[in-house]
Design a protein around this ligand. Sequence first.
Ligand code: NAP
Ligand code: 3JM
Length: 338
Amino acid sequence: MKNYHVAVVGATGAVGNEMIKVLEERNFPVGKLTLLASERSLGKELSFKGRSLPVEVLTESSFRGVEIGLFSAGGSISEKFGPVAAAAGCVVIDNTNAFRMTPEVPLVVPEVNPEAIGLYKNKGIIANPNCSTIQMVVALKPIHDAAKIKRIVVSTYQAVSGTGKKAIEELALQTRALLSGQDPVTKVYPHRIAFNCLPQIDVFMENGYTKEEMKMVRETKKIMNDPGIAVTATTVRVPVFFAHSESVNIETERKITPDEVRKLLAAAPGVRVVDNPAEKLYPMAIDAAGQDATLVGRIREDESIPNGINMWVVADNIRKGAALNAVQIAEILIQKHL
Ligand code: NAP
Ligand code: 3JM
């Protein structure tokens, strides 16, 4: 079996760290691993399969001989270095917002549209969707295939780890400060996040929505290959460290019962149904953290319309929402396309 030269761009970050872990756990055939970050990380070492590897500074010549590049160092880094890597013959799997809506670039969730991966040939780039979109479409694709979803109304409860290492630290420090009667310091978010909910993720756009909300709207249509699905989103940051939760309301063309939904989802790849109200069992962030599956529960009829379903969808935003999804794409890429 062939081994590949893989580079992780943003290796010292929350997502990059998890990428290294997932490559190791899934025994991805890595021949050589190149770890890239900024000058700030010069001298750092990270461990992979029991060996310590140096972190190198990202430059335009970092991609010589690299076959697969997993990018998670922010949109502007991907915009600049993604095409450079692709020109050097590396297939870029990009975790940022940089190329998701570029028509020639496939936007992939392996459980939903693995066939799109072949389009990597267009630009040498495959985009990984936003974390909140990924877990939602994993849960909705089987229902869309069975009953055709006409409209989605989603509200998210997103963990601070989605903002990166500094935000994880900010929630911990603010919580400790407040519990010790001290003033909390706010640096990463526009307001205090400890003991609070912020109805703003990413920047505001002209239509009054945030960019994160519009990512969910546009990415869902592209991944499901159905521009006709109506999607509206409210994205909220909550004081949770790991795993995003989502209240998802759908309206379908054909009527589908909660039991049918449970049956479909029980057989769906990447989904675990956790739905037993009598036993107080439902998906929770503390159970999804560290797991690969997208947990779905609280499945019930929306009694306010003829064909409606409500559900609660939870997944680890750093794993399925980012690192795991990217490595799953890489696995299909090497099995079917390289
Ligand atoms: P993070 O913990 O803040 O890590 C950022 C990483 O980027 C670090 O490794 C950092 O290196 C590196 N970096 C920053 N500026 C750089 C530069 N000029 N040159 C080279 N490397 C640079 O953030 P994170 O949570 O891992 O997220 C990173 C990115 O991944 C986000 O900006 C976002 O675009 C994407 N992301 C995607 C999803 C998704 O849903 N698919 C989820 C979360 C994040 P240093 O340590 O040297 O600073
Ligand atoms: C998740 O470029 C940046 O500052 C990154 C902002 C960011 C993104 C993004 O827009 O790529 C932080 C966290 C995402 C994402 O997955 O969309």
